[in-house]
Design a protein around this ligand. Structure first.
Ligand SMILES: CCC/C=C/C(=O)SCCNC(=O)CCNC(=O)[C@H](O)C(C)(C)COP(=O)([O-])OP(=O)([O-])OC[C@H]1O[C@@H](n2cnc3c(N)ncnc32)[C@H](O)[C@@H]1OP(=O)([O-])[O-]
Ligand SMILES: NC(=O)C1=CN([C@@H]2O[C@H](COP(=O)(O)OP(=O)(O)OC[C@H]3O[C@@H](n4cnc5c(N)ncnc54)[C@H](OP(=O)(O)O)[C@@H]3O)[C@@H](O)[C@H]2O)C=CC1
Length: 267
C-alpha cells in the first residue's frame, strides 16, 4: 500500500522514535521522515542504529542517533538534550522501545519480572517525562504516542508485559488530561501480532497459532502500524487524546491472545 499522507505533513517537526533502529519503530521513523520530519532514534545497540541510520539517510531523511537505555533516567536526559542540540526540540515522541519474553506466571523470576516492567513501564515514563518537560510543555505543543500491546483481556502467557502495558495505557489517560492545557496530546497504539524483527525471535509455531486466532487470518505489518502512527501524530488528530487504538485484524475481539500451555495431567 502506498502512502496516503501529504508529503510535507511533518515539515518543521522533530520526531523521537524510541527503538527506531528496527521493526515497527523503524517503519514509523521512515514514514514520519519521508513526510518531512527530522528523526531521532535510539536503542541499546550501536550497530543496529548505524544500519537504520544509513537506510533513513538514503531516503533523504535528517537523522540523529544515539545509544540510550530508556530504563536509565540519566541516559534519557542526555539523549533528549542531544536531540534538541542536533535537530531542535521534539514535537513528536513515539515510545516504541520495549519487549518481553513468553513465560508462565508461576515461572517468571523476580529479575525477569523487573526487567520487563522496567523496560516497558519505567522506560516509557522516563522518556515521556523528559521530552514533555524539556521540549513540549515549554513550547505548548506536542504529540506523544505509546506503543503497547493487546491487553484488553489481560495477557495470559506474558504476565509481566500485560501488567506493564496496562500501566502505560493508564499513563496515557492520565497524561492526556494533565497535559491538555499545554496542547500536548497523548495516545496509545495496541498492535496485534505484527510480522517484524521482534516476532522473528518467537517460535514460528506460536506465531502460526496467533495468525489462526486473528479474524483477518494474517499477521500485521510494521508499515500498517506506521500508517496509524502517522495519523495520530498529525494535525488530523488534534482533538484525539487519551485513547488506545487497536490495530490487530480483530484479534482483541476473538480467540486466544497468546497460547498458554495445557494443564499438566500429573497435577
Ligand atoms: C502476542 C504479541 C507478541 C508481542 C511481540 C513483541 O513484543 S515483539 C518485540 C520483541 N522484542 C523484544 O522483546 C526486544 C526487547 N526485549 C528485551 O530486551 C528483553 O526481553 C528484556 C525486556 C527481558 C530485557 O532484557 P535485558 O537484556 O535487559 O535483561 P537481562 O539480560 O538483564 O535479564 C534480566 C532477567 O530477565 C529474564 N529473562 C531475560 N530474557 C529471558 C528469556 N528469554 N526467558 C526467560 N527469562 C528471561 C531473566 O530472569 C534475567 O535474569 P537473569 O537470568 O540474567 O538473572
Ligand atoms: N511485533 C509485534 O507483534 C508486537 C510488538 N509490540 C511492541 O512494539 C514495539 C516494537 O516491536 P518490534 O519492532 O516488533 O520488535 P523489535 O524487537 O525489533 O523492537 C524493539 C526495539 O526496542 C529497542 N529497545 C528495547 N529495549 C530497549 C531499551 N531498554 N532501551 C532502548 N531501546 C530498547 C530495541 O533496540 P535494542 O535492542 O538495540 O535496544 C529495538 O529496536 C515493542 O515495544 C514491542 O513489544 C507490541 C505488540 C505486538
Amino acid at each position: 500500500m502506498g502512502n496516503i499522507f501529504r508529503a510535507s505533513l511533518f515539515d518543521g517537526h522533530t520526531a523521537i522514535v524510541t527503538g527506531g533502529g528496527s521493526g515497527i519503530g523503524l517503519a514509523i521513523a521512515t514514514q514520519l521522515g519521508e513526510l518531512g520530519a527530522r528523526v531521532a532514534i535510539l536503542g541499546r545497540k550501536a550497530e543496529r542504529l548505524e544500519t537504520a541510520k544509513a537506510t533513513l539517510v538514503q531516503r533523504g531523511i535528517q537523522v540523529h542517533t544515539a545509544v540510550c537505555d530508556i530504563r536509565e533516567p540519566e541516559q534519557v536526559a542526555t539523549f533528549v538534550d542531544g536531540v534538541a542540540h542536533a535537530l531542535g526540540p521534539a514535537t513528536i515522541l513515539v515510545n516504541n522501545a520495549g519487549g518481553q519474553f513468553p513465560t508462565t506466571a508461576e515461572q517468571v523470576t523476580a529479575r525477569g519480572w523487573e526487567a520487563v516492567v522496567r523496560n516497558n513501564l519505567n522506560g516509557t515514563f522516563f522518556m515521556t517525562q523528559a521530552v514533555a518537560t524539556k521540549h513540549m510543555i515549554p513550547a505548548r505543543r506536542g504529540r506523544i504516542l505509546n506503543i503497547i500491546a493487546n491487553v484488553r483481556r489481560g495477557f495470559p502467557g506474558m504476565v509481566h508485559t500485560g501488567a506493564a502495558r496496562a500501566g502505560v495505557e493508564n499513563l496515557t489517560k492520565t497524561l492526556a488530561v494533565e497535559w491538555a492545557q499545554y496542547n500536548v496530546q497523548v495516545n496509545a497504539i495496541a498492535p496485534g501480532v505484527i510480522k517484524s524483527s521482534g516476532t522473528d525471535q518467537y517460535p514460528p509455531e506460536l506465531l502460526e497459532v496467533s495468525r489462526k486466532q486473528t479474524p483477518a487470518k494474517r499477521l500485521g505489518t510494521p508499515e500498517e502500524v506506521a500508517h496509524l502512527a502517522t495519523y495520530l501524530t498529525s494535525d488530523a488528530a488534534s482533538f484525539v487524546t487519551g485513547e488506545t487504538w487497536y490495530i490487530d485484524g480483530g484479534a482483541n475481539l476473538w480467540g486466544d491472545n497468546w497460547p498458554i500451555p495445557d494443564p499438566d495431567p500429573a497435577m
